[in-house]
Design a protein around this ligand. Sequence first.
Ligand code: TSJ
Length: 373
Amino acid sequence: MYIGTTSSRGLHHLVYEIVDNSVDEALAGYCDTIKVTINPDNSITVVDNGRGIPVEKNKQKGISTVEVVFTILHAGGKFGGGGYKVSGGLHGVGASVVNALSTWLEVTVNHDGHKYFQRYERGIAKTELKVIGETDHTGTEVSFLPDPTIFEDTVYDYSVLKQRLREMAFLTKGLKIILEDTREGEEKVNEFYYKGGIIEYVQYLNKAHQSLYPDVIYCEGMVGDVSVEVAMQHNDGYNENCYSFVNNINTPEGGTHLAGFKNALTKTFNDYARKAKLLKDSEPNLSGEDIREGLTAIISIKISEPQFEGQTKQKLGNSEARGAVDSIVSEQLTYFLEQNPAVAKMTVEKSILAQRARDAARKARDLTRRKTA
Ligand code: TSJ
C-alpha cells in the first residue's frame, strides 16, 4: 500500500516509518536518543526518550490518541496541534500502515509516572490502552513483527538498516541512534551520534581523499517555511559529489533545492574571482561544473509540504526551495570567501585548472574530428 512494495525494501521501510516519528520528536527538541533492536524472531523494537505519544482520549473519536495514531491512516504527526511532520515526507504516513502490515504490534508509552500499554494483531486492537505500571521516565517504545503473508522476505538485513540510520544521524545533529542485532550468531551493535551533523557527513565522505582546505563550509538559515542547511568541502579529486535531501529523504534526481545551491555556488565564486582579480575581465566565467570539480556537498532542507515530481517522484518541485537555498548560500558563502581568502584562492585556482583542462580536452577532440574528416 503506502509502503510501496512487499519486497525486502518494503520490509525495511517499516522500520523507517516508525523511526521517523521519533526523529520528529527529536526535531521538536524533546528526544535525544533512539534505539532500534532487531529481535531474535526478526521483530523490531524502536525506543525513544521523547515525551511519549499522547495518551488522552480523543474527544471526537472516543479512543486514545495512541490508538488514533495506530489505526487511522495519515494520523501520524498531525495531531495535538503545534509542530508539523517534517521527517519522512515521501512515505511518512506512519504507524497505522506498519500496524496493518504486522502480525502483532505492541506500544508502551511512559508518561506522567505511568506506563501505558496496548497490543494489536494485524492492525486490530486486542486490548485498550491501559496502565500496566509506574515509571520514572518518559518515552515511546514500539515493537512489531512484519506479517509473513504480506512480505516476500521477513529477514532483516543489518547493513541496510545501519546505512540508513547512520544517514539519519548525520542529518539530525545531536541525535544518538543505536542499532542492535540480538539474533543468534549475529550479535552486534552500532552507535551513531554526530554533534556536527552534515559537517561531519562531509568529512566522512571526504575521508578517503585529501581535502583542499581544512574547513567545511557551512550555511544555514530559514526563508519562509523552508529551513536550509548546506555543508561543503573540495577535495583534490575530480568528481562532484553533491547529495541533496528533503525532510531527511534523499533526492537523487535533485530538484529546485539543488538548482538553487548550484546557482548560488556558481555566481558567488565568479563574483569573488572577479573582485579578487583571480579572473581577468577578458576571461570567461567559470562554469558550474568547473567550480564543482572535487566538491563534496550535502544540501539538506526541511519543508512542510514537499512536492515531488518526475517518473520516480524523487525530484523536488517546490519553487520556494530554489530561492531559499540560493539566497542563504549566496549570502553566507560570499561572507565566508571574504573571511577566508586563502581557501577562496585555492578553490578558484582549482576551478581555473578544471576550466583549462576542459578547454584543452575540447580542442583536442575538435582537432581529432577534423583530422578524421
Ligand atoms: F510511530 C509511532 F507512532 F508508533 C511512534 C511514535 C513510534 C515511536 C517509536 C515513537 C513515537 C513518538 C511520538 N515518539 N515521540 C512522539 N511524540 C508525540 O507523539 C508527541 C508527544 C507530545 C506532544 C505534545 O504536543 O504534547 C505531541 C506529540 C506529537
